[in-house]
Design a protein around this ligand. Sequence first.
Ligand SMILES: O=C(O)[C@H]1O[C@H](OP(=O)(O)OP(=O)(O)OC[C@H]2O[C@@H](n3ccc(=O)[nH]c3=O)[C@H](O)[C@@H]2O)[C@H](O)[C@@H](O)[C@@H]1O
Length: 440
Amino acid sequence: MPQLEEELFPSTPGRIKSDRMHYNTMNRTFHRCFASTSTMFLWALFLIALTASYISFQSFITSGSRYLHHTSHTSIGDLHWEKQIRSSAQIRRQNGLTVLVTGAAGFVGTHVSLALKKRGDGVVGIDNFNDYYDPSLKKSRRSMLESYHIFIVKGDINDQKLLAKLFEIVPFTHVMHLAAQAGVRYAMENPNSYVHSNIAGLVTLLEQCKSADRQPAIVWASSSSVYGLNEKVPFSESDQTDQPASLYAATKKAGEEITHTYNHIYGLSITGLRFFTVYGPWGRPDMAYFSFTKNILQGKPITVYRGKDRVDLARDFTYIDDIVKGCVASLDTAGKSTGSGGKKRGPAPYRIYNLGNTSPVTVPALVSILEKNLKMKAKKNMVEMPGNGDVPFTHANISLAQRELGYKPTTDLSTGLRKFVKWYLTYYGYNQGKGNSVNL
Ligand SMILES: O=C(O)[C@H]1O[C@H](OP(=O)(O)OP(=O)(O)OC[C@H]2O[C@@H](n3ccc(=O)[nH]c3=O)[C@H](O)[C@@H]2O)[C@H](O)[C@@H](O)[C@@H]1O
């Protein structure tokens, strides 16, 4: 008996002799063929169904895995994940805000999330937990926030589907956008990470915000570095900012222009905050005050940059609690976005503020304060500032923020560094042999 394949697809033409076939033979053949065809049809149906279910299973896995969450028992779309987001977004005061905080496991993001939650606002975080610096510090910040019932979604702001899903679950009134590739000098090592987060990520986020039915107001982190080679002091918001000294600064400046476009075309309410060298507990290990502390404690040398003619570099170091007050005041005073579903309905506010301390301190003076607090001497290597994006000094004029936000920094560098050192020693286990047990 010929095989089914052989009947339907004869291998040699000589085996088709239909013109010489008897009717009965034809009839039998027809019936056999028909029976075979229907079997084939059923097989085909079965295979199609199998393929379809395989493809849909695969796409479920693929789309799900993009959002797979940090806990083994939680992934996007699952009810537990959504429940955590809803619960974190719950408002517990009258006229409270519902804020999406990007970069919530970052230094400023952690502090702002906590401040908002403590006063009764709804807060949902998003963070990609990248390894630009020790991710275990970010995870510790997350654990601390979790103890205050703040949920951080693990994901990238470039993930448009994830953002859409978050907005579908929670109608955010505000976005506090702090996710960014930070660091001035690292931009020479990994330029594309700045484009990825500070340009592409920003645009993806703005696209989501502009198309939301109820557009949120956006407050976001620009940087004092946009003043670049500006020599007029103190730096005012109206000063020229067209001479950035690093790619980092250039991406932050680009962010100011990009947000302006979204404000203009779509009616998004925008507030850009130019932070001046923010420091404090739970800070960033890549920053000078943090890495100096680490090295001094370990007896390792530190490199202190100096400007031309051995002039000391200076920064308008700003304590985290002051920055947080500026961020919260910006959210509270942000006018509404006017558009909806991608359509502008009228003009919306576009604001930019300096958030600094207005009293620059030199880097060697910063080192002396640390030495005093750590009761240890630093091994200093004085080196001429390399051409790597650094600027010689920063100094903020904060009168605009003072007037419009009620912003008034109250912590000087000595007080702030004392608090930082206290946190550092406890967190890294220098005190009583205990680590990771600090509250803000
Ligand atoms: O205010 C800002 O716009 C920026 O402030 C900081 O940038 P930076 O002021 O360069 O802060 P640090 O990296 O902590 O450096 C502070 C000072 O210490 C100096 N430094 C840094 C590192 C080092 O090893 N030695 C050293 O002398 C730097 O030249 C600079 O003058 C942040 O890292 C940026 O993300 C932020 O946007």
